[in-house]
Design a protein around this ligand. Structure first.
Ligand code: EAX
Length: 324
């Protein structure tokens, strides 16, 4: 039956209740541009889901904040107005508190350590917690190690952060960290950041290299410092309302597609980590590449002291122990 005949039959009350799988179109939202590590992840998800389903499931990519900021989209998943997202963990701690444990400064030693923890028991345990919030955590994707950019002056030591109006994600650990370091943190959705930087209402922001390059941030930020102060996971999430309406086979397809997305993101991040810095410099950014990370870690330590006990302290200890 074509969609039209099914629709006509439904109107006549004579068709089966469920439309054929071919009617399934899921929106997959993310805030970076399509040409980014998130876009590569989205394309991999789309290709895998559509291939496995034989076209019965169609994925509509919604890049560049088309469906709103990450927090808005997560709320959309909870009520079913959005089906899928690839999101940084930044705002997710507001919905799944355990996720805050992943966003602590200087917690992960390097990319390999982060992947091992996230793909191992600790990461899988945290994904399982998403269901309590009406979400289904399908797989850990990747945003990357975050670095600071600004329009005022080079940041060489933590003292250079003093008074800087720095945008952070809507993440209270990050807000506390930059406040402790002497900056003036301003939490906001990514969808407002570029305009706020252009208007000068904020001086700087912090994001991984592939976010900086995907948004040509050299056009509005003169200085960058490779602080690597937070490893920022991304996560492929489905609305539990839509997940529960899938067959077990279809749910398996979603999980496979999410794994393909995560692999694609990690490959792009690995490629961009060096090439991206070269691109930033080639486009006129002054990049501080040699950073005293111990000094920055000491500057943000009060955020640990203030928040570590609040968000599953044993998780943080387990993550630290898993990297020894
Ligand atoms: O997920 O809000 C942020 O800075 C995030 O890193 C960005 O939206 C990509």
């Amino acid at each position: 039956m074509t969609r039209f005949t099914v629709f006509a039959a439904l109107l006549a009350g004579t068709a089966a209740v469920a439309l054929p799988a071919s009617a399934k179109t899921f929106n997959l939202a993310f805030t970076p541009p399509l040409e980014s590590h998130y876009g590569d992840a989205g394309r991999a998800f789309k290709a895998t889901a559509e291939e496995l389903s034989g076209g019965d499931i169609e994925i509509a990519l919604k890049p560049a904040g088309a469906l709103g900021g990450e927090r808005d989209v997560i709320e959309g998943l909870q009520i079913g107005t959005v089906e899928l997202t690839i999101s940084s963990t930044g705002p997710i701690g507001n919905f799944v508190p355990e996720v805050y444990a992943l966003d602590f400064p200087f917690l992960f030693k390097d990319y390999d350590s982060a992947h091992a923890v996230l793909d191992g028991p600790i990461g899988q345990e945290i994904l399982a917690k998403f269901e309590d919030a009406g979400l289904v955590g399908l797989a850990w994707s990747e945003n990357g190690f975050r670095h600071v950019t600004n329009s005022k002056h080079p940041i060489v030591t933590p003292a250079d952060l003093q008074g800087l109006k720095l945008r952070t994600m809507e993440n209270e650990v990050h807000i506390a960290a930059f406040k402790a370091a002497g900056a003036s943190p301003t939490p906001m959705s990514w969808t407002e950041v570029l305009t706020s930087l252009q208007q000068g209402t904020i001086d700087g922001q912090e994001n991984p290299v592939p976010i900086i390059t995907a948004n040509n941030m050299w056009e509005i930020q003169k200085y960058a410092t490779l602080t690597g102060h937070v490893y920022s996971p991304a996560v492929v999430v489905m609305s539990k309302i839509h997940w529960d309406a899938l067959s077990e086979e279809e749910q398996g397809w979603m999980r496979e597609a999410a794994k393909a997305a995560a692999t694609a993101a990690r490959e792009t991040v690995a490629k961009n980590e060096t090439a991206g810095v070269e691109e930033m410099i080639a486009n006129g950014m002054e990049v501080v590449t040699v950073v005293d990370k111990d000094a920055f870690a000491a500057a943000v330590q009060p955020a640990y002291d203030e928040y570590a006990d609040r968000y599953a302290p044993e998780l943080i200890q387990r993550i630290q122990d898993a990297q020894k």
